[in-house]
Design a protein around this ligand. Structure first.
Ligand code: GLC
Length: 437
């Protein structure tokens, strides 16, 4: 096994060398690059790589690094914690990578970024590594894989899939009272607020940031609306979208959510939930592992999972998730790839699923008994259907611009500065302008 890895790393160095030749570098540059990119195998030294990702409230990252370092004694991974807010994290990477910084080697990318990062030249195409190591891409969830593909190249490997879900307290919500519609949710949340030590009825994410877009997409899609269609035509100005957003505004303004809900991102909402403050929360699958973590949670063993409540059209979950990519300016691309390969391969994804409650992008892992023991709901039809039917956000290289338009207009509708109709008309005009640039 070790030997095979050595052979493949030599071949990789050769391929990288050839690529450098074809990009027109002179001999001195090539020699310099060779020194800079000296690998752990070649020097026998320990190479340190820096891995950046957002704040991890679970133990998954720690455990992955531990397992990787054990099986790769020549590579040390330093974890660089980035902001939990995906938009802030995005901006921190952009600042770093615009300055061509090599301070991080591997970074997690939200599913909505790979096209933008590839176009900006921030990430290394992974095709050569994938081919070299014979990674079978057909084993991955194809939707998740596609999020990292741009202009025919694979720029990021899928690490886990996210889809919005409803988590509820099994000790407070009888099985036949798990709400099926948004109206039922509102009614039950009102009824339960204040019971069993709770202060609120429902938690969600309503701050002006990326998570607000995810929550909005779920309301919109549950009433049959869309922001853009499959061909990226802007179709946001529809009665369905208006209905969905009106329901969202109604819930955000109701007294079942905390009065400062417009400051809530994932950490604020999950903290309140694991503190036992609410019978319901909308969150991503990691919520389950966190709620069952004895060191942090007051509601261990009391959490159920259900699809999000339905609107006229049905229940809808936003497609989220994270991928892993290599900084184009990394001085250690080979070691960086080893870590990417491990983390997004079966072993790494298993750790993510068990300790982080994250849904694998390798469908075969949904049959893994240890994973199912940690996350029994992974076996439920409702969960699998929600993952498969999750609604993507617009897939465009200037996604951050489109996201900001949605965030601002939805926030204004929530604040009562715009009617939902006006917010939707603004979105139509502004998103069309952004996409026609
Ligand atoms: C989760 C999702 C990600 C989304 C973010 C919003 O991390 O995986 O896709 O953008 O939440 O806060």
């Amino acid at each position: 096994m070790k030997k095979a890895m050595k052979v493949s790393s030599a071949m990789l160095a050769l391929t990288l060398g050839l690529a450098a030749c074809s990009s027109g570098q002179n001999a001195t540059d090539k020699a310099k690059d060779k020194n800079d990119t000296k690998t752990a195998d070649q020097s026998g030294e320990v190479v340190k790589i820096v891995y950046a990702r957002g704040q991890d409230s679970t133990k998954a990252t720690e455990k992955i690094i531990e397992a990787f370092e054990k099986s790769h004694p020549n590579i040390k991974v330093e974890f660089r914690e980035m902001p939990a807010d995906t938009g802030k994290q995005h901006d921190a990477y952009v600042t770093m990578l615009n300055a061509q910084s090599s301070e991080i080697d591997v970074m997690d990318l939200d599913v909505v970024w790979p096209a933008e990062f590839a176009q900006a030249g921030y990430t290394l195409p992974l095709d050569r590594f994938i081919e070299q190591d014979g990674i079978d891409l057909s084993k991955y969830n194809q939707g998740a894989l596609a999020a990292g593909n741009f202009n025919g190249k694979q720029w990021a490997m899928p690490k886990f899939i996210d889809a919005g879900m409803l988590f509820y307290r099994t000790d407070l919500v009888p099985q036949d009272k798990v709400p099926k519609t948004w109206d039922e949710l509102l009614a039950t949340a009102k009824e339960l607020k204040g019971k069993g030590g709770t202060q609120f009825g429902y938690l969600m994410q309503a701050k002006q940031y990326e998570g607000l877009v995810c929550n909005a997409v779920e309301f919109i899609a549950s009433y049959g609306g869309k922001i853009v269609d499959e061909n990226n035509n802007v179709v946001v100005n529809s009665p369905e979208t208006i209905k969905g957003l009106k329901k969202m505004v109604e819930i955000v303004k109701s007294n079942v959510v905390p009065s400062n809900i417009t400051t809530f991102t994932e950490p604020e909402s999950h903290t309140a939930f694991i503190e036992g403050q609410s019978p319901f929360i909308r969150n991503w699958p990691y919520q389950y592992a966190l709620a069952n973590d004895k060191e942090q949670s007051k509601i261990v063993g009391k959490v159920g999972v259900a699809p999000l409540p339905a609107g006229d059209k049905g229940s809808a979950a936003t497609l989220g998730g994270w991928m892993t990519a290599i900084n184009k300016y990394s001085k250690h691309p080979k070691e960086a790839w080893e870590f990417v390969k491990f983390m997004t391969g079966p072993e790494g994804q298993k750790i993510s699923a068990i300790y982080g409650g994250l849904a694998p992008t390798l469908p075969e892992l949904f049959k893994d008994q240890d994973i199912l023991k940690a996350n029994p709901f992974f076996a439920e039809e409702g969960f699998v259907n929600a993952l498969n039917a999750a609604v993507p956000r617009p897939v465009v290289p200037n996604y951050p611009e489109v996201s900001e338009i949605i965030q601002i207009n939805v926030s204004k509708a929530i604040a009562g500065q715009l009617t939902v109709e006006q917010a939707v008309a603004n979105m139509e005009k502004e998103i069309k302008a952004a996409l026609n640039k």
